[in-house]
Design a protein around this ligand. Structure first.
Ligand SMILES: Nc1ncnc2c1ncn2[C@@H]1O[C@H](COP(=O)(O)OP(=O)(O)OP(=O)(O)O)[C@@H](O)[C@H]1O
Length: 226
């Protein structure tokens, strides 16, 4: 699904933020991505989403060498990826429901299904009473839930989420993680960056841990009891 070989990333002329990163994510796997603030979690997710180009090394996504991907290839590749970044990237002029519906409408789903699925998922994330609200009228945690609903609505092949439970209480955080867990059970490859150790421990998944610019894969048992 994704393979990194000796990938490095630097911003401008600064020292590398990520160094010699090598790992493979098998299709249908679930990993947490951990590390201290500033360790490079968001940067790594952005490399996976092709929002940054690596300074060196090779990235293979969906079996394709990304060094050969052109700008014109990006939309089709990204359509297969659900993302929740920290800025949520909602479209301000669209309602909650219309934001969530975007991926389905772009893929040509029948409108009856679009409305049914979007309403159902928005109810699940606790926003059933905000279907027609504009993002500017929502709280940070509510916007985050809209972004999460949008990221999972079309069952992407790959789901990347950056601190998806950062602005919600633990009860809603668990609900959101179960949403990702359901997607994983349906075959989606999932990577979730989080600082929330309590939530991580409830799930039996390995973690990708970043420290000093390097990445270590920690198996589930150690991830659980570390
Ligand atoms: N666009 C950018 N330009 C320059 N430096 C950047 C940029 N984005 C991130 N950095 C730097 O790269 C390093 C890693 O940042 P990143 O946001 O990837 O870390 P993080 O692990 O996601 O942090 P947090 O947990 O606080 O969100 C930091 O030192 C940050 O200042």
């Amino acid at each position: 699904m994704i393979r990194f070989e000796n990938v490095g990333l630097r911003y401008g002329t600064e020292p590398e933020v990520l160094r010699d990163i090598s790992f493979t994510l098998e299709p249908g796997s679930f990993h947490f991505l951990t590390g201290a603030s500033g360790a490079g979690k968001s940067s790594l997710l952005k490399l996976m989403y092709l929002a940054h180009r690596p300074s060196r090394g090779l990235i293979t996504l969906f079996g394709r060498d990304m060094a050969r991907a052109t700008r014109a290839d990006l939309p089709e590749l990204r359509r297969q990826i659900g993302v929740v970044f920290q800025d949520f990237a909602l479209l301000d002029h669209l309602s909650t429901l219309d934001n969530v519906a975007l991926p389905l409408r772009m893929s040509g789903s029948p409108e009856v299904e679009v409305l049914e699925h979007c309403t159902e998922i928005l109810r699940w994330v606790g926003l059933g009473n905000h279907l027609h609200a504009l993002p500017s009228t929502l709280s940070g945690g509510q916007k985050q839930r809209v972004a999460i609903a949008r990221s999972v609505i079309n069952r992407p092949r790959l789901l990347l989420a950056d601190e998806p439970t950062g602005n919600v209480d633990d009860g809603i955080g668990m609900r959101l993680l179960y949403l990702f867990e359901e997607l994983y059970k349906l075959g989606t490859t999932v990577v979730i960056a989080t600082h929330n150790e309590a939530l991580i421990r409830r799930f039996d998944h390995p973690r990708l841990h970043l420290e000093n610019g390097r990445l270590h894969v920690v198996p589930p048992e150690r991830a659980r009891w570390a």
